[in-house]
Design a protein around this ligand. Structure first.
Ligand SMILES: *[C@@H]1O[C@H](CO)[C@@H](O)[C@H](O)[C@H]1NC(C)=O
Ligand SMILES: *[C@@H]1O[C@H](CO)[C@@H](O)[C@H](O)[C@H]1NC(C)=O
Ligand SMILES: *[C@@H]1O[C@H](CO)[C@@H](O)[C@H](O)[C@H]1NC(C)=O
Ligand SMILES: *[C@@H]1O[C@H](CO)[C@@H](O)[C@H](O)[C@H]1NC(C)=O
Ligand SMILES: *[C@@H]1O[C@H](CO)[C@@H](O)[C@H](O)[C@H]1NC(C)=O
Ligand SMILES: *[C@@H]1O[C@H](CO)[C@@H](O)[C@H](O)[C@H]1NC(C)=O
Ligand SMILES: *[C@@H]1O[C@H](CO)[C@@H](O)[C@H](O)[C@H]1NC(C)=O
Ligand SMILES: *[C@@H]1O[C@H](CO)[C@@H](O)[C@H](O)[C@H]1NC(C)=O
Ligand SMILES: *[C@@H]1O[C@H](CO)[C@@H](O)[C@H](O)[C@H]1NC(C)=O
Ligand SMILES: *[C@@H]1O[C@H](CO)[C@@H](O)[C@H](O)[C@H]1NC(C)=O
Ligand SMILES: *[C@@H]1O[C@H](CO)[C@@H](O)[C@H](O)[C@H]1NC(C)=O
Ligand SMILES: [Cu+2]
Length: 529
């Protein structure tokens, strides 16, 4: 960690959802370098070549403190032509300042990808934001090949700090689906067969097993009896949902996607791709080993006989317990009357902000015609990346006439938009908005509209009841709003919110390094794109 001398900033005004708050008086910079390389990786005992940050899966954890500016230099050193060789990185859930949309990392929306031998530096002032985030490749389904890592912004003044004793590197937990095949093959197979690739294994803290594979040692999380732990759980899945529980322990939710919540005690929760939760676990049971059940809960296992949902799990190990697996059977957590599940509509922000009344109301009808090639549609239009990134066009002054396939919906600046995603009876789609949070005024699973103290977050799932979210268009720019199941997204389930595009030329002034991205990308041979 490198800290630069503090910069005194004069009462900088910083707009959060229309409310004006003071930014911290002192700021420092957190410099991080990530080398993106191809290399062997075997989290479930099967060795494959991955696309990896610094050669590991997950990539190195990024940690920052409230008020810092995160500066991440990404060096593309990819050499393997069987996977995508260009890349862009998105820092999932991190708010992007109004003048900084060009650092959002969205390929063909806010930037051109950068190829082998090239570097790009993302500069992200973190402002007042704290909580649990992650980073991943945003290009195609490349993050399936391994380019994912955790990002935590610690809050030295956490209002919920009295609820836990430990919150450090050991309490950042990840679940992820893992495939032995490259994402390029997986995507081609999905488009031609309509069968979404089912992962070979589910990983808890980057360890897992598959049918017929070696008995990889499960990841153990160490706790001391009598202490309370703030676990930060990140779902880095491409496809899979996980059902999380810890034998004989409850979980008190205190954060959803970077938003502190009123404590809510449950014993089982579902976490969708892209989502994050913090929960407190009190190590108040007998010293021993307990299963952390991280059961993959989506996809048809018949489509990949390697996958055994029972085998994705970890161990909660008390200090003094033997270095062994729990003796309890490998279960899948509380069911029936014993289950106290997390309902999204029960989440209440610690700092509630009523949802503003919408100026615009639109609906999204998601749909996949039952015909190959697989193309998901929003209102009968599949998202296809344009050749020229949306932001490049906008900065050239061209803010109208987007191709239908760009699914770009335009709204004036400083308005409130409400989007209802009509019920999707087929399966849940975790919709993710870039750069800012939305208010989830009607989550799946209830018909009650809550505009008084709805949860704010950046990923919420559709289901068999409509999902309705609201957000502000205070930050001029094109912002991705897409399904976080990246196979669905790559097959068209994406859109761009064009917020106040007429204002972008006045507020957004990208760097020369950014200007150079598209000419460099367009000059690459297809094998390096
Ligand atoms: C990644 O690797 C580079 C090169 O070894 C190193 O300079 C950098 O500090 C590493 N990044 C992190 C976050 O550990
Ligand atoms: C992985 O690739 C192999 C070889 O192309 C193929 O036989 C297999 O079905 C693929 N597995 C999955 C889960 O798609
Ligand atoms: C992570 O998200 C995937 C995709 O929606 C989902 O199938 C999986 O259950 C989620 N994992 C957890 C722990 O909820
Ligand atoms: C854990 O819970 C199970 C099921 O309720 C119970 O049978 C078992 O005795 C408990 N184990 C411990 C160590 O308390
Ligand atoms: C999954 O693994 C468990 C434990 O090894 C085994 O008992 C079970 O038969 C496996 N299930 C499938 C569907 O292969
Ligand atoms: C999608 O189609 C519905 C039904 O025709 C329409 O009401 C809605 O406004 C459309 N949404 C958008 C974003 O155009
Ligand atoms: C999409 O197309 C289908 C089939 O042509 C049609 O029934 C449906 O009304 C259309 N939906 C929208 C929102 O335009
Ligand atoms: C516009 O979209 C259509 C398909 O929806 C595509 O065939 C065409 O190439 C696109 N045009 C441009 C300029 O991107
Ligand atoms: C939106 O609000 C910002 C900040 O208050 C202001 O600078 C800008 O001019 C407004 N834009 C429009 C189009 O109202
Ligand atoms: C949506 O909510 C219903 C309960 O009304 C639940 O059965 C379903 O599993 C939820 N869907 C998703 C994708 O979470
Ligand atoms: C979803 O929204 C549509 C359009 O507003 C409405 O017709 C439909 O009844 C809603 N469905 C549910 C289950 O709330
Ligand atoms: Cu989806």
């Amino acid at each position: 960690m490198q800290l630069s001398p503090s910069l005194l900033l004069l009462a900088l005004l910083h707009s959060v959802h229309g409310a004006t708050v003071m930014a911290p008086a002192a700021q420092s910079t957190q410099f991080v370098t990530l080398d993106i390389v191809n290399g062997p990786v075997s989290p479930d005992g099967f060795t494959r070549i991955g696309v990896l940050a610094n050669g590991t899966f997950p990539g190195p954890p990024i940690v920052a403190t409230k008020g810092q500016t995160l500066v991440v230099k990404v060096n593309n050193k990819l050499t393997d032509n069987t996977m995508r060789r260009s890349t862009t990185i998105n820092f999932d859930g991190v708010f992007i300042d109004a003048d900084n949309v060009f650092n959002d990392g969205s390929p063909f929306v806010t930037q051109c990808p950068f190829g082998p031998g090239e570097s790009y530096t993302y500069t992200l002032p973190l402002g007042e934001q704290t909580g649990t985030f992650w980073y991943h490749s945003q290009l195609s389904v490349q993050y399936s090949d391994g380019l994912r890592g955790t990002l935590v912004i610690y809050d030295p003044e956490d209002p919920l700090a009295h609820l836990y004793d430990v919150d450090d590197a050991s309490t950042v937990l990840t679940v992820a689906d893992w495939s032995h095949n490259s994402s390029v093959a997986g995507l081609a197979s999905y488009i031609s067969t309509l069968i979404i690739p089912v992962s070979d294994s589910g990983l808890f803290n980057a360890k897992g097993r598959y049918n017929g594979g070696p008995e990889v040692e499960y990841a153990a999380v160490s706790v001391a009896k009598g202490k309370r732990y703030r676990f930060r759980l990140i779902n880095m899945s491409v496809r899979a949902n996980f059902l999380i529980s810890i034998d004989n322990h409850t979980m008190t939710i205190i954060e959803a996607d970077g938003v502190a919540t009123v404590p809510n005690e449950v014993n089982i929760l579902t976490i969708f791709p892209g989502q994050r939760y913090s929960f407190v676990v009190n190590a108040n049971q007998a010293v021993g080993n307990y299963w952390i059940n991280a059961i993959i809960d989506s996809g048809n296992p018949a489509h990949n006989l390697n996958l055994n949902v029972t085998l994705s799990r970890g161990i909660l190990r008390y200090e003094g317990a033997p270095n062994a697996e729990p003796t309890a059977p490998m279960g899948s957590g509380p069911t029936g009357a014993a289950a106290v599940p997390l309902n999204e509509y029960d989440l209440v922000p610690l700092d509630p902000i009523p949802a503003p009344e919408p100026d615009f109301r639109v609906t999204f009808d998601t749909f996949m015609p039952d015909l190959a090639p697989a193309m998901w549609e929003i209102n009968n239009s599949s998202y296809v990346s344009p050749k020229v990134p949306t932001l490049v066009r906008v900065l050239e002054g061209d803010t109208s006439k987007f191709n239908q396939s760009e699914n770009t919906f335009l709204f004036p600046a400083n308005k409130t938009v409400e989007i209802t995603i009509l019920d999707t009876t087929d399966e849940g789609h975790p919709f993710h908005l870039h750069g800012m949070n939305f208010w989830v005024v009607k989550p799946n699973g209830t018909d009650v509209v809550n505009t008084v103290n709805p949860i704010r977050r950046d990923v919420s799932v559709t289901g068999d009841t409509n999902l309705t979210v609201r957000f502000r268009t205070d930050k001029p720019g094109p912002w991705f709003f897409h399904c976080h199941i990246f196979y669905h997204f790559a097959a068209g389930l994406g859109s761009v919110i064009g917020a106040g595009l007429d204002e972008v030329g006045k507020t957004v002034h990208p760097t020369e390094a950014w200007e150079d991205l598209c000419p460099a990308y367009n000059a690459l041979p297809p094998s390096e794109q």
